[in-house]
Each structure stands twice: as structure tokens, then as C-alpha cells.
Ligand binder design. Structure first.
Ligand SMILES: [Zn+2]
Ligand SMILES: [Zn+2]
Length: 387
């Protein structure tokens, strides 16, 4: 907790109201949630597109949404890529899944040893569903896949998709290791978007997808330990700060998204142990109008989320802190067994490109030869082929 007293000039400060990623063991009974994106499609350095990382005391970790720009925040938590293989998408707007590609390729490069697994909703048509989206993302990144499969190992480049019916009403979409995840529909710019509920160890965590107020959320989220729900900027702010015309600024708060007043009303029904508002630019000159709107109908525990806000859930309390993490982090090695490159694969250079190589062997020989000796490498390991 904050406060306390320094007891010696050479000692440490008391526990601060701060979470330093990678330094705190998670209790067996405890859950931790870190907001790695809370903003808008126009990702900003202070707030990326939506992403919440949920860590449980049983060792399981889940990424709920992975919007534009959020991967830098996820990476700053210094969680090995091997522990970040399960992604649950609420819907397919870029501010909720654009950085799946960054996790996929970045984690692959930095030592992930297994495929990714993605869960997400179907759509009204096949081409509006999660399977279609991921399949075509991989097609778009085919050059990336082919070149990494040759140079690293193809296995971490696979993505296994589980697409479930977006119409499911509190139906189970995941059940493993004591964790149950359910979904229900949202009403947001078209059929498909959903909200999630995660149950573990008697805790109930609700991840609300983008939505106009819908009757399912209050029913199924009721009594949650921790529940987030989108809460939009006021229509005045959408005009003055976000450059929207009045018609869109009005509709966005009523038909596609949720106004602060609606958020308050919804949370007054749900009555979670802790409510979290997100999906607004959280600035000194925006947050208070939004906060006041919420407080017209909800007076319970509330976080106005911003990136790297961190919550710990125990039986006794739900705490809110800010994570403080390095800007220049390195990937941390996980527990997976290291994969060898597939030596049968060769880079597909044509003679045209290979003929363009500049001969710089004279300056590299001095470090290269001892390095190859130390690690039992031969010239074959350079893997330069020709087609
Ligand atoms: Zn959306
Ligand atoms: Zn969104």
C-alpha cells in the first residue's frame, strides 16, 4: 500500500503503490490483471488499443484482446513468450486484435517454442468470423512466415483457432486446468462481437467487449469480482477533441458504444467487487466529465483505466496500482525446450540476389571462426541456398 515511513537513510522505501513487473510472485489464490491497452483505434504512446493480460495463481495466463500498439506494453511485463500463447478476441476491429501479428512474429523471433492459440467469435457470415480473419492474416504475412520458418523453426509460426458461436448465451468456450471461460453477445456495429467471463478459484472476471448497452451483460456479469466494460468519451468530447460530426458523436454513445451514464447504470446492476471503465482517452480534461457521468448512477468501487493499470484480486481485496516497467526490455526465456532450426529448409534466394553479396569475410573471420568452433557449427549451418 502507499504511504508508510522510511526507517533508515540507507534502507528501502516502504511498499509503494506500484507494481514492478517480474518482481512479485503471484499467490496461489490470487489473480492479477494488467491493462496493456485501454484507448482508441488511433493508438497513442500513453494508450494503445485494447488489451488485458490476466494472470492466475495456477500459472495460467490469458491475453484478452491485443489491439493496435498493445504489444509494447505486453512485452514490458517481461513475461516469457512461452507463457503468452492463449489469446481471446472479443471482436475483429483492429483496436482489439491488430497486434496479434506482433505477438505472433515477435514471440516467434524471441524464443517462443509452441504455436499460438486464438479463441474468437463467429460472425453473421463465414467471412466475418475469427477463423477467416486469422487465416487471412497468415496469408497476408506469408512472406514473413516463409522466411521465419526457414531461419528459425516453423512450429511457433502456427496459429490454432477456436471459433465459437457469437450467439452463445453464457456458454462455455474454454475449460481447462480449473479455468472456465464463457461468452455472450455484444451489440456493436454488426453481429459478432462478444464479452467474456472467466471463472477460476471461485473468482469471476468479466472482460466486456465493445457494445451499446445490452441486456446480457448485466445478467451474466452480475456479482463479478472484477468487471470491465467499455465507457466512451462524452459526445461533446468526441466533437471537440476527436473531430467527429455531431450525428456520429451522438450515435457513437448510444448505438455503437456505451456512454458514461449508461456505464454507471450497468454497473449499478452488476455490482461487481470492482468496476473498470475503459475505451476512452484518459486525460486531465476528459476523465472528470466521464467520471461524473458514471457517478450519476454508480457509487461502487471504480477504476478509470489507463495503460499499465494493474489489479490484484484476492479474497480480501481488489487493489489498483500502476505497473512501472522499463522502456527497453528484453525477452525473458521461458520453460519450453529450445527448438532446433529445420536444417532441411534453405532460404529461397535467386542467383540474382546472391550475386549481390558483398564479400566482407576478412572483417568477420576473426569472431566467426571461434564462434563456429565453440558451438559446433559448419558452413552448412549458414543455410544459404539457391533456387
Ligand atoms: Zn470495436
Ligand atoms: Zn474498440
Amino acid at each position: 500500500m502507499a504511504g508508510g515511513q522510511v526507517t533508515s537513510p540507507t534502507g528501502t522505501a516502504p511498499d509503494r503503490y506500484v507494481y514492478y513487473p517480474g518482481t512479485e510472485e503471484l499467490g496461489k489464490d490470487e489473480a492479477r490483471i494488467v491493462a496493456c491497452g485501454t484507448g482508441m483505434p488511433t493508438a497513442r504512446r500513453a494508450q494503445a488499443g485494447t488489451s488485458f493480460v490476466v494472470e492466475l495463481g495456477n500459472g495460467d495466463k490469458f491475453i484478452f484482446d491485443i489491439g493496435s500498439g498493445s504489444m509494447a506494453n505486453i512485452q514490458s511485463l517481461m513475461i516469457p513468450a512461452d507463457f503468452l500463447t492463449k489469446v481471446f478476441l472479443t471482436h475483429l476491429h483492429t483496436d482489439h486484435w491488430a497486434d496479434l501479428a506482433s505477438l505472433w512474429a515477435g514471440g516467434w523471433t524471441a524464443g517462443r517454442t509452441s504455436p499460438l492459440e486464438v479463441w474468437g467469435p463467429s460472425g453473421a457470415r463465414e467471412d466475418m468470423g475469427t477463423s477467416y480473419a486469422v487465416e487471412h492474416m497468415l496469408k497476408a504475412y506469408n512472406w514473413d512466415y516463409m522466411t521465419r520458418a526457414v531461419t528459425i523453426n516453423p512450429t511457433p509460426g502456427e496459429i490454432r483457432v477456436t471459433e465459437f458461436d457469437y450467439k452463445g448465451l453464457n456458454e462455455v468456450v474454454y475449460e481447462q486446468n480449473g479455468v472456465t471461460i464463457r461468452s455472450w453477445p455484444c451489440i456493436h456495429t454488426g453481429d459478432g462481437p462478444i464479452s467474456y467471463e472467466l471463472e477460476w478459484n471461485g473468482y469471476k472476471v468479466v472482460i466486456g467487449g465493445d457494445t451499446a448497452p445490452n441486456r446480457w451483460y448485466p445478467e451474466y456479469a452480475k456479482g463479478a469480482d472484477w468487471a470491465n466494460h467499455e465507457c466512451f468519451m462524452t459526445s461533446e468530447q468526441m466533437m471537440s477533441k476527436y473531430n467527429q460530426p455531431p450525428q456520429l458523436a451522438l450515435r457513437i454513445n448510444l448505438l455503437f458504444h456505451t456512454s458514461a451514464q449508461s456505464f454507471g447504470k450497468i454497473m449499478s446492476i452488476v455490482k461487481p467487487r470492482h468496476a473498470v471503465a475503459y475505451h476512452f482517452f484518459n486525460d486531465a480534461d476528459t476523465r472528470y466529465d466521464i467520471y461524473d457521468g458514471i457517478r450519476e448512477s454508480y457509487d461502487g468501487p471504480l477504476s478509470m483505466a489507463t495503460d499499465l493499470m494493474t489489479w490484484n484480486i484476492t479474497r480480501d481485496a481488489v487493489t489498483e496500482r500502476m505497473a512501472v516497467s522499463p522502456d527497453s526490455d528484453w525477452e525473458v526465456e521461458g520453460l519450453g525446450e529450445k527448438l532446433d532450426p529445420d536444417r532441411s529448409r534453405k532460404s529461397e534466394y535467386t542467383k540474382f540476389t546472391l550475386d549481390g553479396r558483398l564479400d566482407v569475410d576478412d572483417v568477420n573471420r576473426e569472431w566467426m571462426e571461434p564462434f563456429m568452433d565453440d558451438h559446433d557449427l559448419t558452413s552448412d549451418d549458414l543455410g544459404v541456398g539457391e533456387t
